[in-house]
Design a protein around this ligand. Structure first.
Ligand code: SAM
Length: 268
């Protein structure tokens, strides 16, 4: 989005926002000067971030396809991001046209784009709500959530590239438990999360640059990220660097080092 184009209401373009920083790093146009400044600082501090965001998006696609192929037909995608290639409903509905998706994000710019995108999908199968994941009731009890998802049947809770924006003081683990408690056994949880476990210096420099103007991002260790999967068993290959999670044929060695973990678990 050009800086002189009118921004949707409620958008403060002078404050960097995770959705727009991610959009810039992915090569998108829905970002502003404040976002680009942070994004460029992270790339200068840790050049691997450009591959890292692509790995994250690719994981999302592989995980959703895997879940749809396992017979999961319902998805609660929290921290959706600005629509780009391979959105959750597109991937899931390509496997099963009856798949239902509820998207959640707290950035109004995501809402503006999602509305336009969703106009092209069959009514009732995909919903979008603007809400803050730290307020689970506003999502789990939202009329559009209840109209789209059946909580008596398995649901995949997808929180990809998002939990690092909720810190421990905001009770990140308790918040995720509210979602995982709300779904029946056989449901799944898909998470990616930045970590300094693989490349400590590079990731600490990345986090410092990301947080240079506003404190936004929390790095977590693998052991900490595993806590989100309490009550779940991880599907193969467990929690691994993003591109090592069920790579597509021909992709199996495409990256050896990582700035983030990815995992999918099944509720016991
Ligand atoms: N899930 C997408 C993906 O992996 O391609 C987008 C990830 S993007 C890095 C993180 C998203 O989480 C952004 O769109 C941001 O607006 C959203 N987000 C951050 N904090 C949030 C919160 N407290 N509630 C809802 N969404 C949030």
């Amino acid at each position: 989005m050009a800086d002189d184009a009118p921004a949707p209401p409620k958008i403060n373009t002078s404050v960097p926002h995770p959705a727009r920083i991610y959009d810039y790093l992915l090569g998108g146009k829905d970002n502003f000067e404040a976002d680009r400044k942070v994004a460029e600082a992270t790339v200068a501090a840790s050049p691997g971030v450009l591959q890292g965001v692509r790995d994250n998006r690719a994981f999302l696609g592989r995980a959703v396809r895997f879940l749809a192929e396992q017979g999961i037909t319902q998805f609660l995608d929290i921290g959706t991001g600005i629509p780009t290639q391979g959105n959750t409903h597109e991937v899931a509905q390509a496997v099963n046209p009856a798949a239902r998706v509820v998207y959640v994000d707290n950035d109004p710019i995501v809402m503006a784009h999602a509305r336009a995108l969703l106009r092209s999908t069959p009514e009732g199968r995909t919903a979008y709500i603007e809400a803050d994941l730290r307020d689970p009731d506003s999502i789990l009890k939202h009329p559009d959530t209840l109209a789209t998802l059946d909580f008596d049947q398995p649901i995949a809770v997808v929180i990809v590239g998002t939990l690092m924006y909720v810190d421990d003081e905001e009770d990140a683990f308790g918040v995720v438990k509210r979602y995982t408690d709300a779904v029946v056994p056989g449901s799944h949880l898909a998470i990616t999360h930045v970590t300094a476990d693989f490349e400590p210096e590079s990731l600490e420099a990345f986090a410092e640059a990301y947080n240079s103007t506003h404190e936004m991002l929390t790095l977590r260790t693998g052991a900490e990220i595993m806590r989100f999967f309490d009550g779940f068993e991880l599907v193969e290959p467990g929690m691994v660097g993003l591109s090592h999670w069920r790579p597509a044929p021909g992709e199996d060695s495409y990256r050896r080092t990582h700035g983030a973990y990815g995992a999918v678990g099944r509720k016991l």
